[in-house]
Design a protein around this ligand. Sequence first.
Ligand SMILES: CC(C)(COP(=O)(O)OP(=O)(O)OC[C@H]1O[C@@H](n2cnc3c(N)ncnc32)[C@H](O)[C@@H]1O)[C@@H](O)C(=O)NCCC(=O)NCCS
Ligand SMILES: Nc1ncnc2c1ncn2[C@@H]1O[C@H](COP(=O)(O)OP(=O)(O)OP(=O)(O)O)[C@@H](O)[C@H]1O
Length: 198
Amino acid sequence: MTIVVGLTGGIASGKSTVSAIFREMNIPVIDADQIAKEVVQNGRVAYSKIVEAFGKEILQEDLEINRAALGQIIFHNEQERQKLNSIVHPEVRSEMLKQKEQLIAEQYQLVVLDIPLLFESKLTYLVDQVIVVHVNELVQLERLQKRNNLSKEDALARIKSQLPLTEKAKMADFIIDNNGSIDETKEQVIKLVSKLTN
Ligand SMILES: CC(C)(COP(=O)(O)OP(=O)(O)OC[C@H]1O[C@@H](n2cnc3c(N)ncnc32)[C@H](O)[C@@H]1O)[C@@H](O)C(=O)NCCC(=O)NCCS
Ligand SMILES: Nc1ncnc2c1ncn2[C@@H]1O[C@H](COP(=O)(O)OP(=O)(O)OP(=O)(O)O)[C@@H](O)[C@H]1O
């Protein structure tokens, strides 16, 4: 029997970092962010819907979507964000489901679904257990600003577009504390995997 684990957290809390540790342990990870990038490429159904909804202003010279420009719109406007979500999320959901079924058919013991908006989009039904990657607010803000080269205001806008991380932690089956070093996080992931698989 495959155990399907949902991996979530806040923006820049460390989901990708934890996913990389799972992959190193040969545990497959389905990455919602990655799928969300693929389904909006030029030629895909969601691409035309986005151009129709947001206009050609959000396109780059090569006609692909300018993610920074679209981010500026949707992280500062709830209505626009819902509009984008309603175009992209159904496509992401069905692709994730397809990949999950495939990995279950391959009889993996553990499969991880990395979904930033697992709670916000009410997707917990897709998984058996939920892991939340937690950091305190200051660490989250600092890592987000640094990684995306964002002003404090833009970083806070992104953080505020999600459920507060502490609320997510309350709904978790397991919490990984990623305030410390990557090695400390790795230790927690290794312990968790042995708990889930034994
Ligand atoms: C707005 C976009 C173009 C910005 O792209 P960008 O390359 O700057 O960011 P990236 O996609 O890597 O996302 C980074 C993080 O932002 C957060 N985030 C992304 N979209 C959203 C959203 N709609 N609501 C809240 N948080 C979001 C997530 O924590 C995500 O991990 C892009 O995030 C997007 O298409 N979002 C809509 C699809 C979506 O919800 N994706 C996230 C989970 S499926
Ligand atoms: N324990 C850690 N110590 C120092 N830096 C870290 C640690 N964990 C993650 N980081 C850094 O913090 C940033 C955010 O981490 P990561 O990309 O894994 O988060 P995420 O939750 O996947 O983000 P998002 O949902 O926004 O894509 C990255 O630049 C990463 O290198």
